[in-house]
Design a protein around this ligand. Sequence first.
Ligand code: ZN
Length: 341
Amino acid sequence: MGVYSIAVDLGGTNLRIAAVSGEGKLLEKLTTGTEVQRGRDFVIREMTDAIQSLMVKYRDSGDLAGIGIGVPGFIDMDTGTIMRSPNLPDWAKFPVREEIERRLGTTVILENDANAAAMGEKWLGAGRNTDHMAMYTLGTGVGGGIVMNGRLWHGVNGMAGELGHFNVESEGHPCGCGSRGCLEQYASATAIVRMAHEVMDSGSAPDLVDAARGNVEFTSRGIYQLAIQNHPSAQKIYRRVGRALGIAIGGMVNALNLPMYVIGGGVASAWDAFAPTMFEELKVRSFIYSITAPDRVEPGQKHTVVTIALMGSDAGLYGAARLPMRAPRAQTEAVRSSIKS
Ligand SMILES: [Zn+2]
């Protein structure tokens, strides 16, 4: 009999729960709205009820490795506590892992959602043939995750991989983290819309103002549509996204010389609008990249790959499912015995 695990993606708007087999096959997925405003206890009850229904349903299909939960925000890995999550304000300092382990009697692993997405891409997606990679998730914000030797790199507190707060403009736009000019302020969906409004307000983008008067949806996707229809101001915005990514990834290549950098999240689907500038910038910002880019090495030589993610919005769910499967057996047993005693 194989193993399976249950993954939870605790987003700000959706709560997604899935049973996933040890081979990476999705057994079942449940989606509900996260009624965050009804409070932490309500969400935890809803989550544990759904997990329990899957535990009952799949109990004959394998050993439950545990539960992996992806959460947006800063997580203290030692205590299994959410330190800060903008979407889940009343969860701060609450021992989520302990509480859910107590209710369900199985191993629970809490992980930052972008780290979980990196693990999902590593397990089944773009990174499946490498043991070392970094992932950027370009969504409402920009998340990141670093995988080394097949495992997430956590740093001392579990907060490593905040690649969205890599500085790309020393005196740039203020960021929610307290700094300014972070990658997130130039490469997230939110940033793309903001940059469009900035150029329109400055009077330098009459083509965007015209488009905004029409029925163009003023989202990152809508602005991408304008870019591929050759609207110069929209193209310029996506070139700025590419430049910011080139600077940030160039820094990572210089620091870690990993073989692979994966770009996912909703904004990644605008790849053709930002990637050419990103690759140009990368070659300038990183000497290592300039000599190890796929078009700069002999066939068969080790090189640096920067590529689009393959797992879509389920990357985090698969990654969260993978975490308890990868946890040392001893840790799993220790949890089980501590719950029984
Ligand atoms: Zn920041």
